[in-house]
Design a protein around this ligand. Structure first.
Ligand code: AVJ
Length: 329
């Protein structure tokens, strides 16, 4: 991984390169249950499709999360306190973050971290125009791996990591704990984590959210194969793979797969990847939690639950947790 710092926009660039993408795709496709990492959904087209998912009636997450933020922002700002360094993992277009940027007092700086460089740069430019005087330091990185926090102009009292959208649900439980431990290690004790966590609910609601009637989620899922064809030179035939998503109650997660509709083979250079009819590539898990389940997971990583906000139906939660561990980086 190389580090390049662009003087003008101060982009801190740890973007995973093409060779890493190639390795992760190939090793996933060689497993007996084929899988692909969901972080690669978000190329230019994937980010656009995800934004369209976020405006769907069936995909309740962004709507409920924004409503919870708006209803409780005063209380949140008071809990987070002044002179915060706000760090966001997977910032995307930073839409929800604006509520925080509008209300936090004497913000020390904002560090958006995202794997999608184009969107990160575009968003940084927009924020610089809209929030004059705010130091915004974009970091292009796969936040599931390592990255360093950039140096800041202004002193800060504490760090707050903002991790909205229930993206934590994309990690399996062990990886989620490791991720939370890494976050705890990044921050001084007393620092916080403001995190959006999707809750367990009627599975038919979940089913609709990941099987929308306009087929946007299906297009989002299939775009991963399109991207792999385009960037890595594979020859997936998109019409012979079908989006398949379902809630697995035993594991407490929505699983997204791409199912092969016939026996076929996909080629890359001298590698042949055979598919049986009905065989799937597992492309994403979205774990759903009960509030106490999530708090136990966070406690194992050193976080103490301070406050939980939910919507009326208790479909979604935003939780503020405080780091009780000593910093080790
Ligand atoms: C942004 C990762 C939280 O898992 O619900 C939306 C992505 N996948 N529809 C999720 C997604 C299918 C989303 N996250």
């Amino acid at each position: 991984m190389s580090f390049k710092e662009d003087e003008q926009i101060r982009l801190h660039d740890f973007e995973p390169g093409q060779s890493r993408f190639r390795e992760e795709v190939l090793s996933g496709l060689l497993k007996s249950q084929k899988e692909l990492p969901c972080k690669y959904f978000y190329d230019e087209k994937g980010s656009y499709l995800f934004e369209r998912i976020c405006s769907l009636e069936e995909y309740y997450i962004p709507r409920l999360e924004s409503a919870i933020m708006e209803a409780h922002i005063g209380e949140m700002a008071a809990l987070l306190g002044p002179n915060v360094l706000l760090i966001e993992c997977g910032s995307g277009n930073s839409a929800k973050t604006r509520i925080l940027l509008d209300h936090l007092r004497e913000l020390a700086a904002y560090v958006p971290i995202d794997i999608s460089r184009e969107q990160l740069l575009r968003t940084t430019e927009e924020l610089a125009l809209d929030y004059y005087g705010l130091e915004v330091i974009p970091v292009c990185a796969d936040y599931t791996c390592g990255f360093e926090l950039p140096a800041l102009k202004r002193p800060r009292e504490r760090e707050v990591v903002y991790f909205p959208g229930s993206t934590i649900g994309n990690f399996d439980p062990i990886a989620a704990r490791h991720f939370l431990e890494r976050i705890a290690g990044l921050c001084v004790p007393g620092s916080g984590l403001l995190i959006g966590v999707d809750l367990k609910k009627d599975p038919s609601v979940l089913h609709r959210a990941y099987n929308d009637s306009q087929g946007i989620t299906a297009a989002f899922n299939l775009n991963l194969l399109e991207r792999i064809n385009r960037q890595l030179g594979y020859n997936f035939q998109l019409e012979w793979f079908k989006h398949y998503a379902f809630y697995n109650p035993k594991e407490g997660r929505v699983e997204m797969h791409l199912v092969s509709l016939r026996e076929q083979a996909v080629h890359l250079d001298n590698v042949t990847i055979p598919f049986a009819r009905g065989e799937s590539i597992w492309t994403e898990s979205s774990y759903k939690f009960n509030i106490d389940e999530f708090q136990q997971l966070a406690a194992a990583a050193g976080f103490k639950a301070e406050h939980t906000w939910t919507d009326e139906k208790q479909w979604f939660s935003i939780q503020y947790l405080v780091n009780t561990r000593k910093a080790d980086v």
